[in-house]
Write a protein that binds this ligand. Structure first.
Ligand code: NAD
Length: 331
């Protein structure tokens, strides 16, 4: 049984990935400082409450466990916060990644899969965005992801490690059956915010003045369970291929505007009176983000299966569950 390490494994995507890899018979070690993550979402074999910026504690895990591959997901990811707390984001996302790279090399671990983001692309005029599109992150968060990718690429060039950097578009969904899902409190992503406000009968905010048909932002949504499968396929591929470094978009190429997403949710939660407040888009928000999934299909043989309607149904169940069981989500 091979051992994989997942950093950020008590977070939204990390918990789904842990569960998926357990089903594929991996021994899963999770590192998470629980700044966002919840112990309740831990689904692996061993858990270490460690901050990846603490290299001494981090190294102990590498020394004491024979790790076959690493999935590096730990990171801070609030766009607006990243402008205000640049030093924190630099330390957490870039220095944290440096530590992971250095220990990966030192302990001769060959495979590193990194959670990057579509935010490395910045504003684009042509769609869908493929991996060769120019990189021009608008947010500081996006910059930390791009810097991390560059650090990894540099090591791969020296043939010390093999890596795939996955540029995620907007990740949605939950595995309600296993009680895992998004845990940011208050929620930071569009769909959980809309669902929660509708359930709680609070006004919802739709940001307009985007350069799109209905003036609301357009995004490419991808289900977290599809994502977990893609991560597994990445490791299988890395073991086989000669290339040391790859970047792959994970998106669905199907896109929805915020107003369309609101309509889907509204149909599912039948509340008649909803107060909608309109505001302006935030700094660092691109008008449209739509991925090309050609490379993911070619290299991984992967394409998304879950429909947005199903992802949203699961998210509604999950948000209702979280609201009812607030105490369960205290670490
Ligand atoms: N959710 C998305 O739509 C999306 C899109 C693009 C990229 N990403 C990236 O994917 C990764 C996972 O995202 P997520 O949605 O699961 O986020 P999340 O916040 O739910 O999970 C991140 C986890 O990392 C942990 N963490 C953060 N800093 C840490 C540190 N210094 N040491 C140890 N643990 C730390 C947090 O406690 C949390 O459990 C992140 O790096 C994020 O930037 C996510």
């Amino acid at each position: 049984m091979k051992t994989v390490l997942i950093t950020g494994g008590c977070g939204f995507i990390g918990s789904h990935l842990t569960l998926f890899l357990k089903k594929k018979n991996f021994n899963v070690i999770v590192i998470d400082n629980l700044i966002i993550g919840k112990k309740k979402l831990f689904k692996g074999d061993k858990f270490f409450k460690i901050d990846i910026t603490n290299k001494v504690k981090l190294e102990k895990v590498f020394r004491e466990n024979k790790i076959f591959a690493i999935y590096h997901l730990a990171g801070l990811s609030k766009l607006t916060e990243s402008f205000k707390k640049k030093r924190l984001y630099e330390k957490n996302n870039v220095q944290g990644t440096k530590n992971i790279i250095q220990l990966t090399k030192k302990y001769k671990i060959k495979y590193l899969i990194f959670s990057s983001s579509a935010s490395v692309y910045g504003k684009k005029r042509e769609f869908p965005i493929n991996e060769k599109s120019s990189l021009n992150p608008i947010s500081y968060y996006g910059k930390t992801k791009l810097l991390s990718e560059k650090l990894i690429k540099h090591e791969c060039k020296k043939k010390k490690i093999k890596s795939i950097c996955l540029r995620y578009f907007n990740v949605v969904g939950s595995n309600f059956k296993n009680k895992i899902g998004e845990i940011h409190n208050p929620p930071i992503h569009l769909i959980p915010i809309l669902i929660r406000n509708i359930i709680l009968n609070k006004p919802i905010n739709i940001r307009l003045n985007f350069n799109t048909k209905d003036k609301s932002g357009i995004r490419d949504y991808i289900d977290v369970n599809d994502m977990a499968r893609a991560h597994y396929l990445c490791l299988k591929k890395l073991i086989k291929i000669k290339k040391n470094f790859l970047v792959i978009n994970l998106g669905s190429k199907k896109y929805f505007s915020v107003k369309e997403i609101f309509q889907i949710i509204h149909k599912k939660i039948k509340i008649k009176k909803i107060k909608i407040v309109f505001s302006k888009k935030l700094k660092g928000e691109p008008d449209k983000l739509v991925a090309s999934g050609t490379l993911a299909k070619k290299i991984l043989g992967w394409r998304p299966k879950v429909k947005i309607q199903n992802s949203i149904s699961n998210m509604i169940l999950w948000e209702k569950y979280k609201l009812k069981n607030k105490r369960k989500f205290v670490n």
